[in-house]
Design a protein around this ligand. Structure first.
Ligand SMILES: Nc1nc2c(ncn2[C@@H]2O[C@H](COP(=O)(O)OP(=O)(O)OP(=O)(O)O)[C@@H](O)[C@H]2O)c(=O)[nH]1
Ligand SMILES: [Mg+2]
Length: 352
């Protein structure tokens, strides 16, 4: 997962940190009187020994540890790192990170590390990693959403409609979420709202039976808005917690099918509309999220097939560009392969 992105960031870290090493100088200290220390660019500090009584310590030098403390600092000019930052921006774009996000990350790193005097606390590679991590974390934390809290605090039943283009993992994500909610002791109703694709109703019926949740279905070719409406009515009558409504995959360019989606939302007034797309689709997923959002206001995204994504671009960009949070990441084909999105977890993964 994210291997290409990891390699690119690691290359940047190395290049940037060797530039810092080139420019690093010892901190100027008046106390650096020991010739040896001065020659090595460090300074001596006398430190109290940690053992011994007060009196023993007072006896002086024998009870004091002399430690050589190297303190270094650096100042980078823009010209020093222009090429390296350019390479970073290219690497981010090649990783399918949206232009606005790539520019923001480069600007943040520049602001953090260029133009001002910085002390070298740990190693130089860590300094660069921290700056990158902070920026990516900021970008990804721009919009966050706690699904469990939403379900707990919202009036029942919570109606969630899943939308997206064909084959992205809508039905599988519904099954995973139903499984997850059931484990949390929530009662779930699934609406077989894909009445269009042959076999779609059977596919979701198999999931519902395996997981042990109620399925509301009509005939193939029926009106999906009516299916979702019926599922919500059933959930109200049975005091169910959540309705998960499947819909047929559709291209955002298909005006009639997008109008049908608007009808589903008009009729069933969903509490959440979740856009489902593949992480591997990169920028395309981000663009599609925006286009779906124009038709039916989308509240958040689920990125599936993250397990197969080597670039990480969609995951880093989609919430920042669309202004809508990532809610879940799909991580495989089993019911357990779903994680609630957490920017810190993600950032740890790409620097692991
Ligand atoms: N590796 C991996 N495969 C996934 C993931 N989510 C879904 N899939 C697979 O993607 C394929 C399509 O999944 P579906 O859930 O049928 O997709 P859909 O969006 O409902 O498709 P349509 O109803 O045809 O629009 C299936 O083979 C799933 O097993 C995931 O997170 N990781
Ligand atoms: Mg489906």
């Amino acid at each position: 997962m994210f291997n290409k992105l990891k390699n690119k960031l690691s290359g940047f870290k190395q290049n940037f940190s060797s530039k810092i090493e080139d420019k690093a100088t010892p901190v100027e200290e008046s106390s650096a009187t020991e010739p040896e220390a001065a020659a090595e660019g460090g300074r001596f500090e006398e430190k109290e020994a940690v053992t011994g009584t007060k009196d023993e310590n007072k006896t002086g030098f024998a009870h004091k540890a002399k430690a050589l403390v190297f303190e270094r600092e650096f100042i980078l000019d823009e010209a020093d790192v222009e090429d390296i930052l350019w390479e970073l921006e290219m690497s981010l774009l090649e990783s399918d990170i949206a232009i606005s996000v790539s520019e923001k990350i480069v600007t943040d790193v520049k602001q953090e590390l260029v133009g001002s005097r910085k002390k070298i606390g740990g190693n130089t590679s860590k300094i660069v990693e921290d700056a990158l991590k902070k920026s990516i974390n900021d970008v990804m934390s721009a919009n966050v959403f706690d699904f469990d809290e939403f379900i707990d605090n919202h009036e029942k039943p919570v109606n969630i409609v899943f939308v997206g283009i064909n084959g992205t993992g809508k039905t599988t994500s519904i099954a995973k979420i139903a499984h997850r909610l059931k484990a949390m002791n929530k009662s779930v109703v699934i609406a077989a709202g894909d009445t269009f694709r042959a076999g779609a109703i059977d596919q979701i019926a198999v999931h519902a039976e395996r997981i042990g949740v109620k399925l509301i279905k009509h005939q193939e070719g029926g009106d999906p808005a009516a299916v979702v409406y019926d599922a919500v009515q059933y959930a109200k009558a049975h005091d169910s917690d959540v309705v998960l409504s499947d819909t047929a995959g559709r291209m955002h360019t298909n005006v009639n099918l997008m109008a049908q989606l608007q009808k589903i939302c008009r009729v069933s007034a969903p509490d959440l509309v979740l856009f489902v797309d593949e992480a591997v689709a990169g920028n395309d997923a981000v663009e599609r999220a925006e286009q779906f959002n124009e038709a039916v206001p989308v509240d958040g995204s689920i990125l599936t097939k993250t397990d197969a994504d080597s670039k990480g671009g969609a995951a880093i960009s989609i919430a920042y560009v669309t202004g809508k949070p990532i809610v879940f990441l799909g991580m495989g084909q089993d019911y357990e392969d779903l994680i609630k999105f957490d920017p810190h977890w993600f950032v740890d993964q790409i620097f692991s």
